[in-house]
Design a protein around this ligand. Structure first.
Ligand SMILES: [Ca+2]
Length: 148
């Protein structure tokens, strides 16, 4: 999905903030700040590889256009601090790291009884007819659990 003008403007602002030495490009250390902001904790190696993927000039730095590519790639994985627990639970249940795919509802039933809750009614609402649940719905379910 292409980014809106609004998204790009927001990126431009954060890009300027991340470019701490004002060089106009982001090196690995500056980029790491971005990833931490996104809630991802990446190793130096992962950051280096990520730069390599988008860095056409192969200088180990990225410019604004490269930066946009990274943000776009990471958008699917973007989650705020509040979502970290949800994401961890999702992964613990066998969900994909990129939040795609679905998890079998029987695994979630186990999790819910661990919490000592009865969520049958809520579950019925969010589960697909074939007994699987997507990340988005899983997230909704957990926020319902947190409220109850
Ligand atoms: Ca810089």
């Amino acid at each position: 999905m292409p980014m809106s003008e609004h998204d790009i403007e927001a990126c431009r602002r954060s890009y300027r903030q991340l470019d701490r030495d004002g060089s106009g490009v982001l090196d690995a250390a500056e980029l790491k700040g971005l990833l931490q902001e996104l809630g991802n904790t990446r190793t130096e190696e992962e950051v280096r590889l990520m730069i390599q993927q988008v860095d056409e000039s192969a200088k180990g730095e990225i410019n604004f256009a490269d930066y946009l590519k990274i943000v776009e790639t990471n958008k699917a994985q973007r989650y705020d601090t509040e979502d970290v627990e949800t994401f961890e639970a999702w992964q613990a249940l066998g969900g994909c790291r990129d939040m795609s795919g679905r998890v079998e509802v029987s695994k979630i039933t186990g999790l819910i009884s661990d919490f000592g809750l009865c969520m049958d009614e809520e579950l019925t609402k969010v589960v697909d007819p074939d007994g699987y649940i997507s990340y988005e719905k899983f997230k909704d379910l957990l926020s319902d659990m947190a409220l109850s």
